[in-house]
Design a protein around this ligand. Structure first.
Ligand code: NI
Length: 391
């Protein structure tokens, strides 16, 4: 039986596995059930398994032939703090937890690829299957790297894949350079002087100063950064006051910054600091500004991206691969792997995104039609990057 037929024969099982993960979502660093099932499945295939890396991370090791190179393939396992609004039988069993980003599908696709890779071993070298915890904001990739992932499993390159609603089901998008943005956070505390709401001249109003800051901070994107460099500055929280007739004594503003280059992040931070100080001074208020780096930008290596694109084309044809897709202002902790090793992160189309089937939406579901496409992609990527030399 050839490898594609073998995968095809596993279709029903794989869908059931994906739906079981979907029904039992777990949040960052709590992926115990998922990690256990992943490890058990790999062990059942005779694969060497390492658990507890970066908390709940799991690594499977598949070797073939003598010598050869080494590569990492990564899937994420965690879910989101969302209450699912779907009513199909495999909906989340846990209110407030949901696989609304398709990591259930990513985990299943990599397990499916593992089945095919151990069955055929049509490559020469070592494949590290990385099942990481906590992609959604908590930096599970960073946790695994800090615990020595790349020393214990010396991969030369690393590859990632994420489903992408809005891209036709089973199509791919990949390009070199920035794919996803950084996700930095900021908090601003404006200190005023509380007063009677009817006697504003006796106080310093932090709400007015805060409102001016909301406006002024939009000039970071429009007036200080080259228009050809994409950035986002979003103020997403503004908290102040508790009464109708009291001018409060402080206001808190928070938000997120997205950019694709470290130089831009530095420029944004410095400019925001300057605007905060200047605007607060203009209103006689005090200000405390804190800027924290989050996930770095995800930047594909050009040769790795080219390799992924050609592998995808060999599976789904030239028409099925978008090489010029625009990057997303979303963020992804696969960025940490790409800061350490060359590699590339591809998007696999999840279909049109109808009925709220978009990432992080309570109506989202991973499209089971693309499970085998994703698994085939992993298998062919391995066979291409680590050629066996056999004909
Ligand atoms: Ni995701």
């Amino acid at each position: 039986m050839d490898v594609w037929e073998m995968l095809e024969s596993r279709r029903t099982h794989l869908i059931a596995m994906r739906r079981d993960f979907h029904a039992h979502p777990e949040l960052a660093f709590e992926e115990h059930r998922t990690a256990e099932r992943v490890a058990a499945h790999l062990e059942s295939l005779g694969i060497e398994v390492h658990t507890g890396i970066g908390g709940t991370g799991v690594v499977g090791v598949i070797r073939a032939g003598e010598g050869g190179g080494a590569m990492g393939l990564r899937a994420d396992m965690d879910a989101l703090s969302i209450t699912e609004r779907n009513d199909f039988p495999h909906r989340s069993r846990h209110p407030g937890r949901m696989h609304a980003c398709g990591h259930d599908g990513h985990t299943t696709m990599l397990l499916a690829a593992a089945e095919a890779l151990v069955a055929t071993r049509n490559f020469r070298g070592t494949v590290y299957l990385i099942f990481q915890p906590a992609e959604e904001g908590e930096g599970g990739a960073r946790a695994m790297i800090e615990e020595g992932l790349l020393d214990r499993f010396p991969m030369v390159a690393v590859f990632g894949m994420h489903n992408w609603p809005g891209l036709e089901a089973g199509h791919f998008a990949v390009h070199s350079g920035p794919v996803m943005a950084c996700a930095d956070r900021f908090d601003i505390e404006v200190g005023g002087h509380g007063a009677h709401g009817a006697m504003p001249h006796l106080g310093v109003d932090p709400v007015l100063a805060g409102a001016a800051l909301v406006q002024a901070l939009q000039s970071v994107a429009s007036r200080t950064i080259d228009p050809l460099d994409s950035i986002v500055v979003s103020i997403t929280q503004f908290h102040s006051g508790e009464a109708y007739n009291v001018i409060p004594d402080r206001a808190r503003l928070s938000g997120t910054v997205r950019a694709f280059r470290p130089e831009i992040q530095e420029r944004v931070e410095a400019t925001m600091q300057r605007i905060c100080a200047g605007v607060a001074a203009a209103f006689g208020a005090s200000v405390h500004f804190e800027y924290r780096r989050g996930y770095p930008p995800t930047i594909n290596d050009s040769r790795a991206a080219e390799l992924c694109a050609s592998v995808a084309e060999s599976l789904v044809g030239v028409q099925g691969v978008r090489r010029q897709a625009r990057p997303s202002m979303g963020a992804e902790d696969f960025a940490y792997f790409l800061m350490e090793r060359p590699g590339a992160y591809v998007w696999l189309g999840n279909g049109p995104g109808e009925g709220g089937c978009t990432l992080h939406n309570p109506h989202y579901d991973f499209n089971d039609e693309i499970l085998l496409t994703g698994a085939r992609y992993w298998v062919r990527l391995v066979e291409t990057y680590l050629p066996s030399g056999k004909k």
